[in-house]
Design a protein around this ligand. Sequence first.
Ligand SMILES: C[S@@+](CC[C@H](N)C(=O)[O-])C[C@H]1O[C@@H](n2cnc3c(N)ncnc32)[C@H](O)[C@@H]1O
Length: 342
Amino acid sequence: MASSMLNGAANLTLYRGIAPKRLNFAGSDLNGKHFPKTGLVSYGANFRARVKTLVPKCSASASRPTSQPRFIQHKKEAFWFYRFLSIVYDHVINPGHWTEDMRDEALEPADLSNRNMIVVDVGGGTGFTTLGIVKHVDAKNVTILDQSPHQLAKAKQKEPLKECKIIEGDAEDLPFRTDYADRYVSAGSIEYWPDPQRGIKEAYRVLKLGGKACLIGPVYPTFWLSRFFADVWMLFPKEEEYIEWFKKAGFKDVQLKRIGPKWYRGVRRHGLIMGCSVTGVKPASGDSPLQLGPKEEDVSKPTNPFLFLLRFILGAMAATYYVLVPIYMWIKDQIVPKGMPI
Ligand SMILES: C[S@@+](CC[C@H](N)C(=O)[O-])C[C@H]1O[C@@H](n2cnc3c(N)ncnc32)[C@H](O)[C@@H]1O
């Protein structure tokens, strides 16, 4: 997979007045200064064909070593991570990374245009994103799926979600029939999936012909310290990886919209926990054309408890850095005069 990663965002179609060179990483130092705050980007069908002419200076697409630990990008570790995080998730964690404004902006490309649509919110957790979905779709048509009963318990308490179906399940093995939903939404969950390509293949399978997937997730940092902590914590995909995964799963009209907290002023060098909203349309009914081998992780297999604990502690420590980054950016935003780069 790594070797086939897209090199540079070639053959882009850009919307909302963003100049193409902004996403041609060849001229970018990738520290965020040259990135638009938000934008909608679609990658053309022959995007791999032009790879050689657009080799980035600091490749946003170069494959990352598989040895990077990403201690919490595992199902058991993520389960325990959210066992504790669910207690403070809505009130302490989300406000730094995932605001209501961002959520609404990220859901816009999902095209939730009809109240009767059948929607699945995968990795729906406490239902924060689902609250954005039920503004447009009747709650009775929405299913929230998550592997953490502790997160789901919080969703169950929310009045607007009372009519949603709430189920435990695995994003990489969805309990929905093929061609089931009009929309697949997943926000802030892919970073914990051991095999993200499998999750996106599942998104494809469960959608109806013409249905749309909207996957909201992190983006990889370029600043060295942020990169270090990101790699210790979990998966921060690069934009090109999302596109590649969507295309390989069989999606058409794949687009990526950049998002981020307002007070970052468009800075992306520290990466973003919620950094983009990627959408794709299912062009034919049935399963994804992509064939995959057996699952990477078998949660029923026993784990070494010491190794597990070590992974868990190191991963959680690295996550703490990302609690501090938005606070640091917020202070900078307060101090640095408006209109100046931070
Ligand atoms: C950062 S929270 C996002 C919750 C919610 N979507 C939101 O927008 O606030 C990530 C969620 O993904 C869930 N998750 C992680 N891995 C999963 C998997 N393999 N299958 C289903 N859910 C998963 C976690 O339990 C957690 O609730």
